[in-house]
Design a protein around this ligand. Structure first.
Ligand code: SDX
Length: 393
């Protein structure tokens, strides 16, 4: 039985969901998708296989996985009228704004898959979103650099197709590097779900009104954009570049954070649930070294990040507040080494989180007696007073 329950968190009742999808233990740094440890999935699974697991609850057989992959492949192309939306965006539109807008606009094209209580329509919306979001993301990048879009191909895998649509140009095919493909596939697995985080709770709340899946996912994309959430991976790079540009003085930056000067935070650090290491950050940190080495790239920003981490982990201010690197601390360095601009980093987070949002939406809408989400409040305003006419004010 899943659904919204109230748990006594010691601060009065805190509304919480019951869910069977992802398990987090913030003290022990444990993350499991449908009971499988994230470390094992990152090592042995693929992103689409993990997406199948999150959405269907079980790992697929070979035939089930092939059918899932083939169905997604058949839906990767965007309707030419959807492509025309990009003509209306300004060149410097943020890709997250384009992503949330175009995903929401899909609901104007696929009215045959709106009914959340129709099994086949739910499945069709699921396939359409998993298939088209990489295309929408790649087209957003092309718009931001003034290049023509590159259409998806059916002979490529999910991550390969996305990389080719993003980085190929008419004059030159993008050369698929297996190291980049494998690293991005793993990063997408690590981002795939994270129980009731801000954007997932948004998807569930919007979906609980029985709005269609496209509208619910578009709301989740908007919530993820914030720098305190998925937007942190872009803010981490901007923070590291700021430290580099000021001469690499990590100590001065740490002091500013501790003095809370101008509200500056150590971006990529801290977490509402993990009060120990974010298990994803550990895996990603190892990959950062691997990918940079394999791409023959050194990155002075990685050196600054390692210095920041070393200083923070030895400083009581951060230790007392249980602030450790989270999923966003190292991802940007890898995405940058792959060739993505900082504005695309949160789009990559959304690409990874998509199957988790979809799985949680299904769980919410299929829950017996599913009810509209309706958080209550503690009223702190004036209790009551009488109206005063304008001339007497
Ligand atoms: C994601 O929920 C999820 O699961 C999210 C996510 C997912 O997969 O969906 O894991 C993805 O969003 C990761 C988080 C990415 N955001 C950042 O890296 C931004 C920087 N981090 C913070 O803003 C903060 O740590 C949060 C938002 C992540 C968590 O905030 P909390 O739990 O509300 O913590 P808090 O603000 O109550 O902080 C407690 C104390 C405060 O100090 P005091 O007022 O007690 O003196 O710690 C301080 C905060 O000022 N603090 C930080 C800090 N994070 C918290 N100080 C400096 N730098 C930081 N990053």
């Amino acid at each position: 039985q899943t659904g919204l329950v109230t748990l006594d968190s010691g601060y009065g009742n805190t509304a919480a969901y019951k869910s069977a999808i992802t398990y987090l233990d913030g003290e022990e740094g444990i993350l499991r998708y449908r009971g499988y440890p994230i470390e094992q999935l990152a090592e042995g699974s693929s992103f689409l296989e993990t997406a199948y697991l999150l959405i269907n609850g079980e790992l697929p057989t070979g035939d089930e996985l092939s059918a899932f992959q083939n169905e997604i492949t058949q839906h990767t192309l965007l309707h030419e009228d959807v492509k025309r939306f990009y003509d209306g965006f300004p060149r410097d539109a943020h890709p997250m704004a384009m992503l949330s807008s175009v995903v929401s606009a899909l609901s104007t094209f696929y009215q045959d898959s709106h009914n959340p209580f129709h099994e086949n329509q739910r499945h069709l919306s699921t396939i359409r979103l998993l298939a088209k979001v990489p295309t929408i993301a790649a087209y957003a990048y092309k718009k931001s650099i003034g290049h023509p879009v590159v259409y998806p191909r059916n002979d490529l895998g999910y991550v390969e197709n996305f990389l080719r649509m993003t980085f190929s140009v008419p004059a030159a095919e993008y050369e698929l590097n297996p190291v980049v493909v494998d690293a991005l596939d793993k990063l997408l697995i690590l981002h795939a779900d994270h129980e009731q985080n801000c954007s997932t709770s948004t998807v569930r709340l919007v979906g609980s009104s029985q709005a269609n899946m496209f509208a619910s996912i578009s709301a989740g994309i908007s919530a993820l954009w914030g720098p305190l959430h998925g937007g942190a991976n872009q803010s981490v790079l901007e923070m590291l570049e700021g430290i580099r540009n000021s001469g690499g003085d990590v100590d001065t930056f740490i002091r500013k954070v501790k003095n809370k000067e101008d509200g500056v935070k150590l971006m990529g650090f801290g977490h509402r649930v993990y009060k120990n290491f974010d298990p994803r950050a550990k895996i990603i940190k190892a990959h950062a070294h691997e990918v940079l080495a394999a791409l023959g790239k050194s990155d002075e920003l990685l050196d600054i990040a390692l210095k920041l981490e070393e200083h923070a982990l030895a400083d009581d201010y951060f230790v007392e507040r249980k602030l450790y690197p989270n999923v966003d601390f190292y991802t940007g360095l890898i995405y940058r080494a792959m060739g993505f601009p900082t504005e695309m980093f949160t789009v990559l987070f959304a690409l990874g989180r998509l199957p988790g949002w979809i799985a949680q939406w299904h769980e919410m809408i299929k829950e017996p007696g599913s009810r509209i989400g309706r958080p209550r409040q503690i009223y702190t305003g004036v209790v009551q007073r009488d109206f005063v006419e304008l001339e007497k004010r």
